[in-house]
Ligand binder design. Structure first.
Ligand SMILES: [Zn+2]
Length: 290
């Protein structure tokens, strides 16, 4: 009986697949965003265990939505003292990034050897940073397509999220540990942080971008918006508007109710000290995204 039922079921599945293929050439989208893990044996077991815990937490807190343009991703990770063990898949890519080509995007996490030697929290925070970009891509096809640069907001959100994640799960202040080198241009000439090229020497570990993004949450709070909602606006709602290099200023004004120029002028009232803009120590990611 069971055997017969199984065959009927199988036949039904085959027919269904056949018909859905005929009806549409579209690839089926996974119900959930799928990561394929390529973790090299050079990584310590302790890190690998923590890696899966972190990804599990992120998938609950900010699940990347599966989209027709992207519903799965390979993650390649190894320790920097090993020479490019995934060369056949990702070429000469090193460091940490969401990188790739026309065919595929992947997450690369080459963890510097010293981060294990000195127990640096960056070996974990980098996972949250790169995952945030995957989340961002799932909200905005323009960001996925590379049609928006706007570094201070694309990286300022990922890097500040990284610190909030570390604050919540590891009780360390990564803002003060690694993101305090805010350049004076962040308040005097913030426009240069819209492009990577014009600000790469003034944005150590994205400190200046983090500063500008956090200052934006402060300006929103001055309008009576809660801290959690201010973060949700820059982490989620803005990306859902699918901004591009051409229209982001319009979307910015639409969502935040003040112009980019107004915001840049307001930055001039700040000193380039991260302490003036860091979020509450008790802010919770689940309350930002609920
Ligand atoms: Zn980034």
């Amino acid at each position: 009986m069971f055997y017969k039922m199984k065959n009927i079921l199988r036949l039904f599945v085959i027919i269904t697949i056949h018909f859905s293929c005929q009806e549409s050439e579209q690839e089926t989208i996974n119900e959930k965003f799928i990561f394929n893990y390529n973790l090299h044996e050079s990584l310590p077991n302790e890190w690998v265990t923590e890696f899966y815990t972190i990804i599990g937490n992120l998938e609950i807190l900010i699940p990347a939505k599966p989209r027709s343009y992207q519903n799965n991703m390979n993650i390649y990770s190894w320790v920097s003292n090993i020479d490019k063990p995934f060369k056949k898949n990702i070429g000469n890519t090193t460091g940490a990034c969401i990188c790739g080509n026309d065919k595929e995007r992947y997450m690369v996490l080459e963890i510097p050897e010293n981060e294990f030697k000195f127990n640096q929290i960056h070996r974990y925070s980098v996972i949250a940073h790169e995952y945030f970009h995957v989340y961002q891509m799932s909200l905005s096809k323009s960001f996925f397509d590379g049609d928006i640069e706007l570094k201070w907001l694309t990286e300022g959100t990922a890097a500040s999220f990284e610190s909030i994640f570390i604050q919540q799960f590891y009780e360390k202040n990564y803002f003060l540990e690694a993101q305090t080198e805010v350049d004076i241009s962040a308040v005097s000439n913030p426009k240069i942080f819209e492009k990577f090229n014009s600000s790469s020497d003034k944005d150590q570990n994205y400190s200046s971008s983090v500063f500008i993004a956090l200052a934006l949450t402060k300006e929103l709070q001055k309008k009576g918006i809660s801290e959690e909602k201010a973060f949700r606006l820059i982490y989620k709602d803005f990306w859902e508007l699918n901004p591009t290099d051409n229209n982001w200023k319009i979307k910015f004004e639409q969502l935040f109710s003040f112009t980019v120029e107004h915001f840049y002028t307001k930055l001039g009232d700040y000193t380039n000290d991260l302490n003036n803009v860091i979020p509450s120590e008790n802010i919770k990611i689940e309350n930002i995204f609920n």
